[in-house]
Design a protein. Sequence first.
Length: 284
Amino acid sequence: MFKDIPIIMIRNVGYTYPNGTVALKNINLNINKGELIGIMGKNGAGKTSLIRTLNGLIRPTRGNIYIDSENINSKSIASLSQKVGIIFQNPFHQLFANSVEEEIKFSLKSFNLDKEQIELRVDQILNEFNLEKYRKRSPFNLSGGESKKLAVASIICRDPEILIFDEPTLGQDAKEIEFLIELIMKEKEIGKTIIIITHNIEFAYEYLHRTILMADGQIIGDGPTKEILSNELLIKKASLILPQIKQFSLALKELGYKEVDALISKNDIINYVRILIKDKKLEV
């Protein structure tokens, strides 16, 4: 529906921290409306610096960034936050209110809603995120999973066009990750552009449509996730490891099973191995 309509255009962007550390080097990138994108690379690759330029937390030392064709270099953080919502890796970097409901109310403060509208929206969000029972509790007395959920809720309630998640699966159990995946897919279905920084290569391989690999402040790979994360040279350059499914398929290939090149999902591998076992071509 939104194919090839750039919502973010990054042109020749570089950033050097005040201490002289060069974080970004000549970044050029288009992100299209409605895309679900991963940004991957080792610590210090420039991932977090890149996303922080998108909502004004840091300003490029050189180059320009456009959102909806508008140069954002002079835009305030407040105005950018209505278009770009960042959920940080550590939820306590963005939570500060005295209670869960006050956290949501504060996020809605700049929308010129009347008191009744705010209360209604708070109720909706707390119910949607299963946080109603914690309404009066301090965010700092929540579990890690619940505080992460509140951090997400405090951004989602503002309905930004662009959602950025920094390591969303880190420290989350299987149930919390399942909730997160459902939320991400729901937001994508309604046309949101979603960018996810992650070290979780299994999560990226299974769910993300496009992946950008970074190393030493530069983009070293950009394309369909399964293609990028199956490229052994790129993965090595980014100091990552191949997804388990590719490791397994390579092991089968070394045993002489050439057809594995066409296998791209867990189900593909499982069904292929079942056939091999059934035909007695593979012993277990």
